[in-house]
Structures are given as structure tokens and as C-alpha cells.
Design a protein around this ligand. Sequence first.
Ligand SMILES: Nc1ncnc2c1ncn2[C@@H]1O[C@H](COP(=O)(O)OP(=O)(O)O)[C@@H](O)[C@H]1O
Ligand SMILES: [Mg+2]
Length: 223
Amino acid sequence: VKRAIYFVTGTNTGVGKTVVTCLLARHLHDQTGSAVALKPLCSGGREDAKLARAASGKTLTLDETNPWHFRLPLSPLLAARRERRKLLLTQVVSHIRKIHKRFSILIVEGAGGLLSPMGEDFDSRDLIRKLHAKPIIVCADQLGAINQVRLVMNALPKETSGRAKIVLMSPKRPDLASRSNRLLLQEMFGMNQVHVLPWLNDPYELDGCLKRAAVRRTIDSLI
Ligand SMILES: Nc1ncnc2c1ncn2[C@@H]1O[C@H](COP(=O)(O)OP(=O)(O)O)[C@@H](O)[C@H]1O
Ligand SMILES: [Mg+2]
């Protein structure tokens, strides 16, 4: 199995990063037997980490999946400061590297959007750079998506933007904007880099979703 770290980030919080992380984790876990998802930082509840852990066949403990969690639903930096705690880039990088010694493939979910402050000296961009990770940019497929995706693509470390993938998350009811975003973004960034994930049932069930051809195709295109 080819070693890789996928880093799932996005244009904002609430766009579908956890959904994409869990679909990728379940698929790669089933396919390779050596893939796990991590959610290194949580603020305001550990729900994302529990979902990431379950998607990875509960291979890791919750504390391995999510070593740092802060009470308040703020960006991790601010939530940590409210608890008088400090987190540095090197701490997070060494935890991720330690887990990567045990598993070939990691799927790491960031917190918030690409430039949301995570600790005293870093954000998701710094983690992507340090880990040589493959960025996956999740964005809600609605009016405004093109600007948001371009902003994030421009902010990515230069050496990683060429292999970044963009996932447009379909709304329940596609509109004029969502029908045209994909085509323009593909024109800008390439066919291979832009993919659409259909709307899933709410609540969604991972194995059922992965049986849908359109979901499967998108997940396969990201790896
Ligand atoms: N394609 C989709 N189909 C159905 N529900 C979705 C889809 N994308 C996101 N959601 C829902 O939107 C909410 C936010 O998604 P989530 O993955 O938690 O975002 P993030 O991790 O970026 O904060 C969740 O309730 C999730 O189930
Ligand atoms: Mg999330």
C-alpha cells in the first residue's frame, strides 16, 4: 500500500469535512487494512473524532484519534487560550508522524477552514506543509463557491497545490450555481482536481453511501 497523508480542509467550518473524512477513512480502511482517520484538534465537543474513529473500524482509541480537545466552540487557538493551554505545531506533527509509523494511510481532518488558527504558531496550511500531505478542499456547492475555492487554492503551500483535490458538496436541492460551479472550477484547476459529492441521506450511513456509484466515483477520484 502506498504511504500517504490526506489532509481534509475546507473553505469554512460546517462544509462537510467530517463527511468526506469518514467516507475516505471507511473506504481506505476496507481496501487497505492500513488506513485510519485522525482529528487531532477538537473544540466544542469531540463528535468529529468519534465519527472519524468509528469510520476507521475503531482501530485507534479516542485519545489517539484526538489528543487535543478544548471545551469552547471557538477556533482551537482561542478555545485553548480560554483554558490557559498552549499548543505548538511540533507537538501535533510528532503525534501524526507517530501514528503514521503504524498505518500506511492517514486521513487527517483539520479544524475550521484552511487558515483558521489551530495553535500558537500554526494553522492547517502549516500542517499540510510540514507533513507533505495531499490537501482535499471541501466546499459547499453554492453561489460563492468559486471565490472561496480560489482563495483557498491560492493560500495553499505552492508545492502542494498542484496535487490538491477540490470536493464540491451538493446541496439537497441543486440550483443554477451548483450546476455550473464544477465546470468553471474544472476549467480553472483541471478535470482531475474537481469532484462533486452528491447529497446524502440525513442521517447518512457510510457503507450504504459507498455503494452509490456517484459517491464511490468521487471518493476513488480523491485517492
Ligand atoms: N453531502 C451531504 N449530504 C448530507 N449531509 C451533508 C452533506 N455534507 C454535509 N452534510 C451535513 O452537514 C453538516 C456539516 O458537515 P460536517 O462534515 O460536520 O462539516 P465540517 O466537518 O466541515 O464542519 C453535517 O450535519 C453533515 O451531516
Ligand atoms: Mg468536522
